[in-house]
Design a binder for this molecule. Sequence first.
Ligand code: GDP
Ligand code: MG
Length: 371
Amino acid sequence: PEVVSVQDFASRIGKTAAEVIKKLMGLGIMATINQEIDAETVQIIADDFGFEINIKPEENEETMLLAAETEDKPEDLLPRPCVVTVMGHVDHGKTSLLDAIRETNVTSTEAGGITQHIGAYQVERNNKKITFVDTPGHEAFTAMRARGAKVTDIAILVVAADDGVMPQTIEAINHAKAAGVPIIVAVNKIDKDNAVPEKVKQELTKHELVVEEWGGDTISVNVSALKREGIDELLEMILLVSEMAELKANPNRPAKGTIIEAELDKARGPVATLLVQNGTLRVGDSIVSGAAFGKVRAMMDERGRKVEKAEPSQPVVVLGFHDVPQAGDIFQALDDEKLARYVAEKRLSKKREEELKVAPRVSLDDLFKQI
Ligand code: GDP
Ligand code: MG
């Protein structure tokens, strides 16, 4: 609750501190001049003096952020592309599959252009976009979920046909299920001599993933990331699942989304890859994420091309943060630059306070031992 010192309160109502202290004593409170009194006590004493005061509900940076946020009306919501994450056991081909999808979808005009490796990219198929988030393993996925960020609409579960269901495959299944994210199975490495895709499907039934050909409702596609086989079919299945999910967002509002990755670049300062999840982010927007804030100075897509705006489900590289934001944190664009700064500063000082609290204390005994 809001507090005010006796001295402050007295001068605000035009009384002396002694008069206020006397009233406090009447309430059984022994206060000194610098002591802080809470809102409730202030209300009682003000009443006693015959003042009408209106104590505002506590206003902190988070409630201010919420106030700056507008609720989307159903009629403002428009379809948005789906956001896909690839999960699975180590070495089953997650990175290879993401590379295969990225490369097979570079149009001829872009071919030859150097594609930067950023944490997310978009491809187009049948004039529909699909966003892939390249989280390094599912640790990042879990970390993001722990912070309340729901990034993924669909999970691609990669299982190598020569290896089958492994511990991290099961972990991935559990994460996706806990997040309520639909799973599409990509049985990978079918080019290998010892590939047994049927064995993979059979093992998956033990984890309540029954593929369609066996009467279940799990979509499964055989692929070879290495030979670039089955990629088109996989993309088509992703679009199918995406359409059923009827994903929507409101592009006509300040942007909100998640930091996918961020680092300090020697030349350009903090560089962050953001996934816009609602609204539209524009060059010049003020932005806050955790204790980091800034103003969008420039934006680039995954091919390093400058863009002026980023719409829902679009990943974008952003320059203009004053500090490096944290991957997995939510970001919010604000009309008001001062509010962005204020929120970031408040969060930073809170963070510092927390750090002080958990700082190890040295006991007297320890001190003596050191001497
Ligand atoms: P990740 O750990 O899941 O990201 O797996 P990687 O993409 O790094 O792949 C692990 C290994 O499997 C690499 O040596 C790849 O070349 C190989 N690999 C990936 N996909 C295929 C495939 O479809 N066929 C074959 N034969 N090898 C593959
Ligand atoms: Mg990998």
